[in-house]
Design a binder for this molecule. Sequence first.
Ligand SMILES: *[C@@H]1O[C@H](CO)[C@@H](O)[C@H](O)[C@H]1NC(C)=O
Ligand SMILES: *[C@@H]1O[C@H](CO)[C@@H](O)[C@H](O)[C@H]1NC(C)=O
Ligand SMILES: *[C@@H]1O[C@H](CO)[C@@H](O)[C@H](O)[C@H]1NC(C)=O
Ligand SMILES: *[C@@H]1O[C@H](CO)[C@@H](O)[C@H](O)[C@H]1NC(C)=O
Length: 494
Amino acid sequence: MDPPLRLLPDGRLTAALLLLGACLSVCSVQAVTSAEASYIAHRQLAAMKEAGGGEAGDLPPDFEFDDRVGANFPNPRLRRAYIALQAWRRAFYSDPKGYTSNWVGNEVCKYNGVVCVEALDDPKVTVVAGIDLNGADIAGYLPPELGLLTDLAFFHINSNRFCGIIPKSMSRLSLLHEFDVSNNRFVGPFPFVCLEMSSLKYLDLRFNDFEGELPPGLFDKDLDAIFVNTNRFVGHIPENLGNSTASVVVVANNGLTGCIPKSIGRMVRTLDEIIFLNNKLDGCLPLEMGLLQNTTVIDVSGNALVGTLPEQLSNITKLEQLDCSRNVFTGIVHESICELPALVNFSFAFNFFNSEAAPCMPSEKALVNLDDRDNCLGALRPAQKTTLQCAPVLARPVDCSKHVCAGYPTPSGPPALPGKPPMVKVPPTPTPDEPRKSPQQQPPPSPLKSESPPAIITASSSSKLTTSSGRLTPAKARRSKITTSRIPTSAVVQ
Ligand SMILES: *[C@@H]1O[C@H](CO)[C@@H](O)[C@H](O)[C@H]1NC(C)=O
Ligand SMILES: *[C@@H]1O[C@H](CO)[C@@H](O)[C@H](O)[C@H]1NC(C)=O
Ligand SMILES: *[C@@H]1O[C@H](CO)[C@@H](O)[C@H](O)[C@H]1NC(C)=O
Ligand SMILES: *[C@@H]1O[C@H](CO)[C@@H](O)[C@H](O)[C@H]1NC(C)=O
């Protein structure tokens, strides 16, 4: 692997080398501590600042093309792509599989992982429309020059060891439909640059070390799929969750607190699947969840949710998977929920339910895979909590109509009431808080996605990028559904 020679003159080279050194020493060890991750971010900030576009990694407006790059390209867009890809290659520290070993010479369309098609605006011009480095295990960072790849429709680099932040210059990728940087070592606050990509539909940030709060803009953007699971996000879920047009929303395995916003009911027209698994959410389930009549997967397991399961859930007639396990729910599990026509899986294990309707009782004959373990259902059911464990919780039932997180039927008035701490102590439950696995051991977040080539390649033979991406995103989301509905045991819970 070439050293990043001539990446930047003088001190910039030093900064870049420092960054790579930091990335190497951190990326290659098993776990990235937040201190190390923030160190990398600082090195990258320094390097980007020196590159001339500010410390967020923008390109200077007067970005000069490298004079040493000749004019021997079929068109100027491929020449710019060459400059971007060569800058990126110099920002690779290691490429153990030699995946980019043919990234030499002017013919960028022959580079591994680079997909060219005819330009949308000019069928006579060939442009770089896709990057697919999924699973290449490359270590490095993203240089600001990637902002030159303005013809990109998809950018897939899942399961590599890229460190640092997403450079601001990538907001220039106005045709980008899919941005998948999952299973890398990116750090810093939520990458706002993604919200500035005007065509983006599929946003996949899972399995990184992003931190801080989720911005409300994430849910105001016209996205089809939102994967932010398995990062270090904290704070409340923005109240405007319900503005989202996404069919798949996965916020699992973060440190999110507070309530599930009541606005969730507004997602009725688009939401297929929503996963809140393993956060620190509390409060009661919003009754507005019952409005989601076309949603097929809801997972709120592994939080600190209280109160009873609203009977309104029985309005979700398309529901196939419902996981409420590992919370502090009490009261009865209604038969109207257990008898939902499409229901396949329903776990309410590891709660404090003290009553279940007959159809909710697990049995060999039941059409639904039910799990009622570790509740307060008494001696008639196996594997229940003891009276001693149940009594303190059952003695203080939560009134969801008064509880701060239960807005309904309270007028939508002042939203953002901060979630009160749960009224009861969260019972010790099996938490999946294992240390992060090394890239080698860690399963890629979505095997299906990394195995199959992006649909856009197979689906679009020529200049059909607009139409194919229109079809593409829902297809992707559907594939992700297969993955996420299996997630509780595999990918999301590391
Ligand atoms: C999003 O929802 C909020 C209320 O939660 C509303 O005030 C705002 O106008 C919405 N934004 C968009 C873009 O729809
Ligand atoms: C739910 O799905 C059905 C059939 O796919 C559709 O006709 C209906 O409009 C959907 N409901 C909403 C609220 O979008
Ligand atoms: C449940 O469905 C019924 C009938 O469609 C409707 O009247 C009611 O408002 C719904 N309730 C909720 C909370 O969605
Ligand atoms: C139901 O859930 C169990 C446990 O999470 C899982 O093993 C099984 O595959 C699920 N069934 C379906 C049909 O998704």
